[in-house]
Structures are given as C-alpha cells and as structure tokens.
Design a protein around this ligand. Structure first.
Ligand code: AMP
Length: 405
C-alpha cells in the first residue's frame, strides 16, 4: 500500500478528501477550526513537495441544492490563514470552472471545491450524487488529479463517491491515506490491539441502541466497562430499579441483562452509577435532588451522575493504563448537569498525565473535553464519532477498505 510519508508529490495534482464539516456562526465564521487544522499536515506535505492540492469535502446536510449556510467558501479565509497560501475556490465541484481551475493549478497552489453535497442526481428525492455514490460523479472528480488522498476520517464509515468510489479510478500507487487518517487508525489500534491493562472503556450518552454493538465488542477486550449517561437507566430498570421519567429503551431491557451476564462470564468489571442527580424537568433551572441509582422518583428524571458515582468512576479511571471514552455522563450542555462529565474528563486527563493512553471520540465527548479545556491533556481526541464507533464495533470502514483493499 502506498503511504503518504514516502510519496513525492512534486509536479503532481492531488485530489484530497478532507473533512471540513465545521460549525459556522450566523455570519458564516468558522467557530471551531479543529477539523481544518487536522487536515493541514497533509496539505502542507503536498504543496511542500512541489505538488498542488484540490480539496473536496461536504458541509452539513444540504438536500442536493446549493445553500449559502452550507457553502464551503466560508472556510476559505480560515484555511488560507492557516496555510499561508491564498486558497482558490470553485463554485461548483463539477463543471467547467472546477475543471479549468484544476488544470491551471500550479505547484504550491491549493483549490477548494464547493460542497460535494450540492450536486444532486436527477431523481425525485434529489439525493446528492456524493451520497448516492454514482461512478460518473466519482470519475469526474478523479479526472482533476493524478493522485487521490483520503484524509477525512469523520466520513470513512460512509461509502460515498469521494470517500470510497473515487479510489477505483487510481492505480494502487496513486492512492493513499493522509496523515490524519493514519493518526486516527494508529490511536484506535493502540487501544483495540495493543491495550495495556487495566483497560477501561467509558460508554455514555443517550441511547443503549446506538452503542450496544460497541459495548458487546468491547467486552472481549476491556477490564472495566463503565456505563454512564442516559443509557444507564435501561440497565437500572432491567434490574428492577425505579427510574421515574428517566430515559429508557423498553425494548432493550433484555439486552441490558444479557450484557450484564456476558460481562460476568468474561470477567469484565461492569461499573454502573450508584447515585444520580434527579431533576423535575429537562431544564437547567429544574428542581434537583440526589438519590441512590435504584431509587428514582416519579415525575423526576436522572440528568447526571452523583458524587459517589464520580468517586467510583474516578478511582477506576485513575487505576487504568488504557482508557476509551465515548458519550457524556449527563446532560452536560446544561451547566447544572455537567459535573459528572467534567469529572470524567478530568480523571482521564489526570490518568493520562500519569502515563495512561487515552482516546476520546464522539461529537459530544469531544465537545465536552474542548469545552472544559482538557483536549490537550488527552492522548488522542478523535475527529470521527460514527467512524470511530464502527471501527470499534469491528466493522470494515468503506473509506479505509477502498485504499487498503
Ligand atoms: P450520544 O449522542 O448518544 O453520545 O448522546 C449524547 C447526548 O446524551 C447529549 O446531548 C447529552 O445531553 C445526552 N444525555 C446524557 N445523559 C443523559 C441523561 N441522563 N438524560 C438525558 N440525556 C442525556
């Protein structure tokens, strides 16, 4: 397999799938440039070698039509600043302008194509061709360049035109991963294949159903599995606890009991919360009380873990050598229910400072470590939520397979 480290881009045009799906404010300023910064090493390597880079990405979920709020032209100023190169822009990813600008691109120059999802197929539902993954669309994009680089880990679990199909149009030695994808894969393999015991996974967030596959897969590798957040309550109800109005997936009660049984059989220490912060409304100003986890209250819902649980979880995290975290411990978007999530983030940061390897992924956990200013104290913060979960589930990611074979 071709690797980016030993490829010389001199005189080559590279088409690079990046993940510029970044948040914009009302004035279309980029409010979090993490993903832009993530793509810089690859772009710099290409232009530094004397090549030119044609960048493509999606932004948001447009329905196959151009929309100002999803235009990638808003990314140009921030990207130009970071690169120190005036980035050119093509108003459509396909068509004369994009083709001519790609053809005219000189060594050291960078061209960004408009949102890949602005282009819809001629069907009734207007599915963007990018997501329909049509060969014609992928072939047109491929036609701009000599070499294809995929550096968009966040969309590696999607079999789209620019993430997977396009690779078919390049020879073995003219397609490769960028530095970001390489880093992501290395960090995940460090956790999944070379974890140092004790290995603790912390699974939080709203739903058991979203993460059950991951949880089952992790049971084969972890020493401790901490369950937190809204998904706790399906486990509590399954064991006969009172949960009041807390989140619960009634159709997953059996499955929760199965997980408990499997964990026991595999010798995994399954750690559930022991106390909780109850609220009489889904609201930051709600009336609250702390109760044991099995004793919820009618009319109340559990929105965060309590102090005893914080201590219990922190102790486990502090004794770990490998830590994987996905999903918050409570409704951390509301200040009154963020304490548990902050405590977990801090414990992971502290354990990392003592030598543990920590990997945090998933939109909300990443938002949490950023919000609390702890991102640089984590060994690796993943740029891909869904992609990371699917990789941990043991699935083959189409964007990875397209290059790796
Ligand atoms: P997920 O996307 O599954 O990782 O879930 C993240 C969301 O779960 C966040 O928006 C949290 O506010 C929410 N969440 C976490 N704990 C709870 C809880 N106890 N009750 C309701 N929502 C929760």
């Amino acid at each position: 397999m071709q690797t980016i480290d030993n490829y010389n881009f001199d005189g080559k045009k590279a088409i690079v799938r990046v993940d510029f799906n970044v948040p914009l404010d009302d004035q279309f300023n980029v409010t979090d440039d993490n993903r832009i910064r993530g793509a810089l090493p690859t772009i710099k390597k290409i232009i530094g070698d004397g090549g030119s880079a044609i960048l493509m990405s999606h932004l948001g979920r447009p329905k196959g039509e151009p929309q100002e709020k999803f235009s990638l032209k808003h990314v140009v100023p921030a990207l130009s600043d970071h690169l120190g190169v005036e980035v050119q822009f093509a108003d459509d990813c396909i068509g004369d302008e994009a083709r001519e600008k790609s053809e005219a691109l000189q060594p050291g120059e960078v061209l960004l194509l408009e949102n890949l999802r602005f282009h819809s197929a001629e069907d009734k539902v207007k599915t963007p061709e990018e997501q329909k993954a049509t060969r014609e669309f992928a072939e047109k994009l491929a036609g701009y360049a000599d070499v294809y680089v995929n550096d968009a880990f966040g969309t590696a679990h999607r079999a789209h035109a620019s993430t997977a199909v396009i690779a078919d149009f390049f020879e073995e030695d003219a397609k490769m991963f960028g530095f970001l994808i390489n880093k992501e894969l290395k960090a995940m393999d460090k956790v999944l294949k070379e974890s140092k015991s004790p290995f603790t996974a912390i699974m939080g967030g709203a739903k058991v159903s979203d993460k059950i596959q991951v949880i089952e897969n992790l049971l084969d590798g972890v020493d401790n599995l901490i369950i937190a957040g809204g998904m706790t309550y399906t486990f509590i109800k399954a064991q006969g606890g009172e949960i009041g109005n807390s989140l619960c997936e009634e159709d997953k009660l059996e499955l929760a009991l199965e997980v408990i049984k499997k964990a026991k059989a595999k010798g995994v220490n399954l750690v559930l919360p022991v106390d909780q912060v109850l609220a009489d409304d889904f609201n930051n100003e709600a009336k609250t009380m702390i109760t044991p986890i099995m004793q919820g209250k009618e009319g109340y819902m559990g929105l965060d873990i309590g102090d005893e649980t914080i201590k219990l979880f922190s102790d486990v995290i502090m004794k770990s050598n490998t830590i994987l975290w996905n999903g918050p411990a409570g409704v951390f978007e509301m200040p009154n229910f963020q304490k548990g999530t902050v405590a977990i983030a801090k414990a992971i940061a502290e354990s990392t400072s003592k030598g543990a390897f920590s990997l945090v992924g998933g939109g909300d956990s990443v938002a949490a470590v950023n919000k609390f200013g702890l991102a640089d104290k984590i060994s690796y913060v993943s740029t891909g939520g869904g992609a990371m979960l699917e990789y941990i589930e043991g699935k083959e990611l189409p964007g990875i397979k397209a290059i790796k074979g």
